[in-house]
Design a protein around this ligand. Structure first.
Ligand SMILES: N[C@@H](CCC(=O)N[C@@H](CS)C(=O)NCC(=O)O)C(=O)O
Length: 210
């Protein structure tokens, strides 16, 4: 996990006609995991950034398969749903695990990331004032699952699954970063430095994503 941000360089082609296109708002949100994946894999991409006013006009919403962003385009391939986009990129860049069992474990861990992301988003957008403290109290019980998975895989010297990076690692790094912003102390109690490592690395490289 620690090495993710070490090799994280943002590639930006500047050419709107080349490479991948991400269509989203001007936030990290549900696109930051894919941005980290692409940057770490040395890929180029462009972004179509919508303001909320543009979104409210409704044209993009009408085009989106489920009426929401992010959207994504790679040539003829147009996708919506952030985890479907992550999986597409993971298959293209070989970060989905090499066999059926590994791929299924990567899916399992990514589903765990998604479950916690949904709880986080509900709290932030629907119940922030009353929900923030209870949510932070509940975090150790949520995060311990990820630490255990890391610990049980080569005592944290590898990745969340197996011995190669996968899209679930990228998604997890982004989710942990969100939690560091919400509650900077939330990882302190973990005895092993595994989750902390990811975030120390992120902190040190905060210049990358602003
Ligand atoms: N399950 C979808 C959720 C997408 C989603 O919630 N999109 C939000 C932004 S993060 C959105 O488009 N909100 C505007 C709207 O619903 O009109 C995914 O993972 O892509």
């Amino acid at each position: 996990m620690f090495c993710i941000y070490i090799s994280h360089k943002v590639h930006w082609s500047g050419d709107p006609l080349s490479g991948y296109k991400i269509i989203y708002f001007d936030v990290r949100g549900r696109c930051e995991g894919m941005r980290i994946l692409l940057a770490d894999q040395g890929a180029e991409w462009n972004e179509e950034v919508l303001t909320f006013d543009q979104w409210l006009k409704g044209d993009q919403k009408a085009k989106a398969v489920f009426g929401q962003l992010p959207g994504f385009q790679d040539g003829d391939c147009v996708l919506y749903q952030s985890n479907a986009i992550m999986r597409y990129l993971a298959r293209k860049h070989g970060v989905y695990g090499k066999d059926l069992v590994t791929q299924s474990r990567v899916d399992m861990m990514n589903d765990g990331v998604e479950d916690l992301r949904v709880k986080y988003l509900r709290m932030v957008y629907q119940n922030y004032e009353e929900g923030k403290e209870p949510y932070i109290q509940s975090l150790p019980a949520e995060l311990k699952h990820f630490e255990r998975a890391l610990r049980e895989n080569n005592n944290g010297q590898s990745f969340i699954v197996g011995n190669e990076i996968s899209f679930a690692d990228y998604n997890l790094v982004d989710l942990l970063h969100n939690h560091l912003v919400l509650a900077p102390e939330c990882l302190k109690e973990f005895s092993l430095p595994l989750l902390t490592c990811v975030l120390v690395s992120e902190r040190e490289r905060s210049d990358l994503t602003g």
